[in-house]
Design a protein around this ligand. Structure first.
Ligand SMILES: N[C@@H](CCC(=O)N[C@@H](CS)C(=O)NCC(=O)O)C(=O)O
Length: 170
């Protein structure tokens, strides 16, 4: 099996989802670390026209978009399976992944984590408390819904780790 290369900024939640998948699969991989801001440089834009991380490189195949990467890895490396065989559990997994993309990251993480951590630490910006306050209602709604779906179980879906956990946990 040839090596998987993950181009990502260390700490990126999307990048971490991919790294967890590779760990779970026991696959040979390496993190090609980018500095914050490098995602908009020419070298990375050649891999990802929208200037985001992560990007996966595998045997000449280049793929971006975290959900696409996670599903590629799960099909390419079938053991252990990270997609439930049960149709309804698989649908629930897809739902959690989209909640994570559309409501948790967009409008919550990209505001609150940027304002509190990424901006001040890497770009020298000051925290916009009003932007955080505006994001809080959506943050509460998303956490409440993910908590409801998780219930008292250790995993988001069924009795096993799935791609839903890999995307929600980071
Ligand atoms: N839809 C993309 C989103 C990836 C994304 O937004 N990654 C963030 C880091 S967690 C990023 O690249 N931010 C850099 C930027 O916005 O310039 C995916 O699923 O891979």
């Amino acid at each position: 099996m040839s090596e998987f290369v993950v181009h990502s900024v260390p700490g990126s939640p999307f990048g971490r989802s991919v790294l967890i998948a590779l760990e779970e699969k026991g696959a040979p991989y390496r993190l090609a670390a980018l500095a914050p801001g490098d995602s908009k440089g020419a070298a990375h834009l050649a891999r990802h026209p929208f200037g985001r991380v992560p990007v996966l490189e595998h045997d000449g195949f280049v793929l971006y978009e975290t959900q696409a990467i996670l599903r590629y890895l799960d099909r390419m490396l079938p053991e252990p399976a990270l997609t439930p065989a049960d149709v309804r559990q698989a649908a629930r997994m897809d739902q959690v992944m989209n909640i994570s993309d559309w409501y948790l990251f967009q409008g919550v993480c990209n505001v609150i984590i940027f304002q509190r951590i990424v901006g001040p630490q890497f770009f020298g910006t000051t925290t916009d408390e009003a932007a955080i306050a505006r994001a809080m209602p959506q943050a509460r709604a998303v956490i409440a819904e993910l908590s409801r779906l998780l219930g008292e179980q250790p995993f988001m879906v069924g009795d096993h780790l799935s791609l839903a956990d890999l995307q929600a946990a980071p």
